[in-house]
Design a binder for this molecule. Structure first.
Ligand code: NAD
Ligand code: IMJ
Length: 256
């Protein structure tokens, strides 16, 4: 019997079979969790629906996280169909492509606001929707982040600022929701070739650098991240909240 038999979880951020969220979903499913999925726009629905259905998922809903109506609809549906919720995975981010190159100095007011709204504020909105459903069942929320929040990484620019806000939001949410037994943590993943890494100039060089410099001398995979997500979303991490757990082959500990 799986560790998560009878538990319910909602996954935000599957775009395709390479998505980190998809590997996390598979890991949770393998331990017996029942899953709901969200997608953005009709184009992605056709990618996400077959993946979700392959794990026996019956709840597949649209949710652009900038849309409060869609967020409300997701949690209303979960309340109606499940009556409660144990896990939430936030594995999404967005900034305009033109903001992810060149100087951070040129970031537009609108681009800054958009990156913050989609990539950071969304965690606050989703946690607020999930909390009433998680009360009394030791809920756990996990969000994906990147080290460009803590140190300057070329081209990451406004996404670094948004990830800093995401990580700090997770801490404040952990403090608010802790008394209800709900935990909130982030996973800081090393670079992985997914849709979110496509077209990023110098991405191959970054992957090569990790292989040469990281203590483990390899890049991390979606599976490495999913195993830590499984830990954070299960009772194995019952005393852990407000943390940033690095899954990066140790890259970020290195100085010179
Ligand atoms: P991905 O492209 O598969 O996932 C990103 C997801 O964000 C997509 O499913 C997309 O639909 C969703 N998204 C974008 N705008 C949205 C909106 N307005 N509303 C709802 N969803 C929206 O790529 P991924 O690499 O699996 O990214 C998942 C998470 O992991 C992101 O938070 C990313 O910052 C983080 N991360 C990625 C890497 C990497 O190198 N790939 C490293 C560290 C952290
Ligand atoms: C993204 C941009 C620049 C450098 C980057 C990345 N490095 C890594 C990423 C070094 C690892 C991937 N990452 C951690 C992200 O969070 C990516 C977020 C992202 C990617 C895109 C690409 C397509 C687009 N908008 C995006 N918004 C956010 O139009």
């Amino acid at each position: 019997m799986g560790m998560l038999e009878g538990k319910k979880g909602v996954i935000f951020g599957v775009a395709n079979e390479r998505s980190i969220a998809w590997t996390i979903a598979q890991a949770l499913h393998n331990e017996g969790m029942e899953l709901a999925f969200t997608y953005v726009g009709e184009a992605l629905e056709s990618r996400v629906r077959p993946l979700a259905e392959s794990l026996g998922s019956k709840i597949i809903l649209p949710c652009d996280v900038t849309n409060d109506g869609q967020i409300d609809a997701v949690f209303n549906t979960l309340k109606e169909k499940w009556g409660g919720l144990d896990s939430l995975v936030h594995s999404l981010a967005f900034a305009k492509k033109e903001e992810l190159k060149g100087e951070f100095l040129t970031t537009s007011r609108e681009g800054f606001a958009l990156a913050m709204d989609v990539s950071a504020y969304s965690l606050v909105a989703l946690a607020r929707g999930a909390a009433p459903l998680m009360e009394g069942r030791n809920g756990s929320i996990v969000a994906l982040t990147y080290h460009g929040s803590q140190k300057v990484v070329s081209n990451y620019n406004v996404m670094g600022v948004a990830k800093a806000a995401l990580e700090c939001s997770a801490m404040y949410l952990a403090a608010d929701l802790g008394p209800k037994g709900i935990r909130v943590n982030t996973i800081s993943a090393g670079p992985i070739k997914t849709l979110a890494a496509m077209g990023i100039s110098g991405f191959k060089t970054i992957l090569d650098m990790v292989e040469q410099k990281a203590p483990l001398r390899r890049n991390v995979t979606q599976e490495d991240v999913a195993k830590t997500a499984l830990y954070l979303l299960s009772g194995l991490s019952s005393g852990v909240t407000g943390e940033i757990i690095y899954v990066d082959s140790g890259y970020s500990i290195m100085g010179m």
